[in-house]
Design a protein around this ligand. Structure first.
Ligand code: AMP
Length: 139
């Protein structure tokens, strides 16, 4: 399996399509998922190409996990969450739809189920949730 430079997250990295960015450093980018399964659902990706954990380098994995921890801690604060789910899929049969490595960060609350996948969110609400995460990261 080879990396496709035209996948949607590669286009987001090149700013060819818009995204609601909440954090970036030299190696990683975090932006809001447009079909959020929980308020504050965001995605952590490496800035360099790889499909998933099967072809990622140790450096890519380390960078992405460092950022995932930072953002997981931030969403706990931003949404007064009582838990956080970190989700990651590999290849189509593993549930992956976009073939650039990404980790889902999903703030969780007691007795609140994840919403079903594949449903477009309200962009104003997604923007507002991104602002909340940016605020918590800035504290
Ligand atoms: P998966 O590859 O199964 O982990 O799912 C890909 C995720 O990317 C889904 O949660 C989608 O809602 C999300 N997604 C797809 N296109 C975009 C986009 N343009 N901006 C933000 N998130 C996206």
């Amino acid at each position: 399996m080879t990396y496709d430079d035209d996948n949607i997250f590669a286009k987001i990295l090149r700013e060819e399509i818009p995204s609601s960015r909440v954090y970036e450093d030299d190696d990683t980018l975090v932006f809001m998922d447009i079909m959020p399964r929980a308020d504050g659902h965001c995605l952590v990706i490496p800035k360099t190409p790889c499909r998933n954990i099967l072809d990622a380098s140790e450096a890519q994995l380390a960078a992405v996990m460092r950022t995932a921890q930072k953002v997981a801690r931030a969403v706990m604060v931003a949404f007064d969450a009582t838990g956080v789910t970190v989700q990651q899929f590999n290849e189509a049969d593993g549930g992956q739809e976009v073939f650039h490595l990404h980790f889902h960060i999903l703030p969780r609350h007691a007795d609140v189920s994840l919403r079903p996948p594949g449903k477009m969110g309200d962009m104003a609400a997604i923007q507002a949730h991104g602002d909340q995460i940016r605020g918590a990261l800035g504290r």
